[in-house]
Design a protein around this ligand. Structure first.
Ligand code: ADP
Ligand code: MG
Length: 165
């Protein structure tokens, strides 16, 4: 299978099920603790699926203040300092059409620290190829199934490091 998508290779895709917001936050925290810088987390899922909840854990794992993390409804990018690495939190919910400043996005998505992008599926194709793609789905009540797909060596390492502890 020479043309296989590397994300389909076993180990680069992991499924996690959570049954409480705290568990989703803990998954984010593990990712934050394992981050080394220049990671991109792409979050996909309906309203209320738990994207922001996971970013709150991510902030905690990086040593930033998790209480500051909210779903930004008007602001597109929020930066959280104070941690081991800076965290850029982006929400593309209001992004309309392909009118994105690509240079701006590239700077945010691949900065020094970690970038977490909600509604990552609204990005134009090709804007973020190297990414840890996280898809959250409702699984009844407070349960969520969370699929993590690592694209690129840095994100494969990140996923392995976060889930091995
Ligand atoms: P999103 O950013 O995807 O719109 P939020 O993280 O803001 O979602 O909200 C998720 C909501 O779902 C919160 O009210 C949270 O308490 C609730 N919730 C219930 N169970 C879970 C779970 N297993 N994981 C994450 N959130 C959960
Ligand atoms: Mg949100």
């Amino acid at each position: 299978m020479p043309d296989a998508d590397p994300s389909e290779v076993a180990g680069h895709v992991r499924d996690v099920e959570t049954s409480r917001p705290e568990d989703t936050e803990a998954l984010g925290e593990a990712l934050g603790a394992a981050a080394r810088g220049r990671e991109l987390l792409g979050l996909v899922g309906e309203l209320g699926a738990g994207k922001t909840c996971l970013v709150r854990g991510l902030a905690r794992g990086l040593g930033a203040d998790p209480e500051r993390v909210h779903s930004p409804s008007f602001v597109m990018v929020t930066e959280y300092g104070g941690g081991r690495l800076p965290l850029a939190h982006v929400d593309l919910y209001r992004l309309e059409g392909p009118r994105v400043d690509e240079l701006f996005l590239r700077e945010v998505l691949y900065g020094e620290g970690v970038a977490a992008v909600e509604w990552f599926d609204r990005l134009p194709p090709g804007a973020g190829d190297e990414v840890l793609l996280v898809t959250l789905r409702y699984a009844g009540g407070d349960r969520r199934t969370i699929r993590l797909e690592a694209h690129g060596a840095r994100h494969v390492r990140w996923l392995d490091a976060a889930l091995s502890t």
